[in-house]
Design a protein around this ligand. Structure first.
Ligand code: GUN
Length: 284
């Protein structure tokens, strides 16, 4: 039976470390500040935004909250981002996605100063990750690297298979595993013989958005399995992209849903905000 990778515990460790970093900056006169913008009132987004604000409070950051109506124009939103870019007291800017259809998400993301892009979505930061320069890294894949490292899972020289090629998870995940000297394969909806490829993996990261899709036949004996998916079934129970009950007996390590990857995203967002404030301090 696999060892469970405890994302709740590891995310708590990281938040404690961030809290200490924030306290050190506070002594030096800086309060780390994250601006969170939500357009409209999508209930799921409201929950995520609420959790981000709570996490800020927990680690000792200031959070500035902008709740804009659904009909906000793109111009108005771009104006707000631009204003926040210019404020020395703001270290991170997060625009909660998805945005309403009449606003270009890409335009808004690219308007955020790369120095305050704590989501790591700006092309500048994506490029930095890919050429190995310091920048902000997308929180979920960055959190997965922390889960692996802090669970004693070696990456170097191992076969890493990422299922999913989104800009937010799959692609940055592949870049990070490569940076750790893994041998990386990216699979997606057009991959032929998916199970043949995933069975090669020593480390299998699954982000495909299909509940319980990955069953034991996709997994090699002793593999490390990381599940990025989160779904709610008809009884309100949460599950991931991995069929935990069938895969866990075969894996050496596995992340549960809930309590695996999920809690890491916010912890890494907090870590990115702290990093932003520390870098701004060095630039000043
Ligand atoms: N919507 C869902 N996840 C995220 C995230 O990580 N960042 C932002 N900005 N929006 C999201």
């Amino acid at each position: 039976m696999a060892e469970i990778i405890d994302g709740k515990m590891i995310s708590s460790q990281i938040k404690e470390e961030v809290k200490q970093g924030a306290a050190r900056l506070k002594e030096a006169g800086t309060t780390v500040t994250l601006a969170v913008i939500q357009v409209g009132s999508d209930p799921a987004s409201s929950v995520y935004v609420g959790n981000k604000k709570k996490a800020c409070e927990y680690v000792g950051f200031c959070s500035l909250s902008y709740e804009l109506p659904e009909e906000t124009t793109e111009e108005k939103l771009l104006g707000l981002v631009s204003e926040l870019n210019g404020r020395a007291d703001v270290n991170g800017i997060l625009v909660q996605l998805p945005l309403p259809g009449h606003i270009s998400e890409d335009k808004v993301i690219q308007m955020i100063s790369p120095d305050k892009d704590v989501d790591g979505f700006h092309v500048n930061n994506v490029g930095r990750l890919n050429v190995g320069e310091e920048g902000f890294v997308s929180c979920t894949p960055a959190g997965i690297i922390q889960l692996l490292k802090r669970s004693g899972v070696a990456i170097e020289g191992r076969e890493c298979v990422v299922v999913g090629r989104s800009n937010i998870v799959g692609k940055p995940m592949a870049a990070l595993l490569l940076r750790e000297n893994g041998t990386v394969t990216v699979c997606h909806s057009r991959t032929k013989n998916l199970a043949e490829v995933t069975r090669r993996a020593d480390i299998l990261v699954v982000a495909i958005g299909k509940p319980k899709f990955i069953t034991a036949e996709y997994v090699k004996d002793g593999a490390v399995v990381v599940d990025v998916g989160i779904h709610r079934n008809e009884n309100g129970k949460l599950c991931g992209d991995v069929d935990f009950d069938s895969v866990a007996p075969k894996a050496s390590h596995i992340t549960p849903v809930p309590g695996g990857v999920g809690p890491m995203t916010i912890a890494m967002l907090m870590a990115n905000c702290l990093q932003s404030a520390e870098r701004a301090g060095r630039r000043a």
